[in-house]
Design a binder for this molecule. Structure first.
Ligand SMILES: [Zn+2]
Length: 111
């Protein structure tokens, strides 16, 4: 198998092993990624080339001097060369709006 050449996306991440010819792929296509990079767990991978990523965090509440649990949840584009599954920890990067709800793209699966 010939290893496909990957672009430099400007973020320190491991390029995927798989191949694809997707223009919306940050590694093999022409999709530029932006500054914001998040890390989360794939909650759902039911739709094609789309994953729902969720991450939990704590927010300190000054009034009660305690932490409250919060979570973020976002839909992200997942090209075929990465194809993250449910339960995978992934890193997502902000990109241009790809559809009504997708403004993020999966850049790598964290082992
Ligand atoms: Zn690709």
């Amino acid at each position: 198998m010939v290893k496909q050449k990957t672009r430099n996306i400007g973020i320190e991440a491991k390029p995927p092993e798989g191949v694809c010819e997707d223009l919306k792929c940050p590694w093999h296509g022409t999709l530029p990624v932006r500054k914001l990079v998040l890390k989360g767990v794939v909650e759902s991978a039911k739709a094609s080339k789309t994953v729902i990523v969720r991450w939990d965090y704590h927010n300190y509440m000054t009034k009660y001097e305690r932490y409250e649990r919060r979570n973020g949840r976002v839909a992200a584009y997942c090209p075929l060369c990465i194809s993250a599954k449910k339960g995978d920890t992934v890193r997502i990067a902000e990109c241009r709006p790809l559809s009504k709800t997708k403004k993020f793209v999966v850049i790598e699966v964290v082992k």
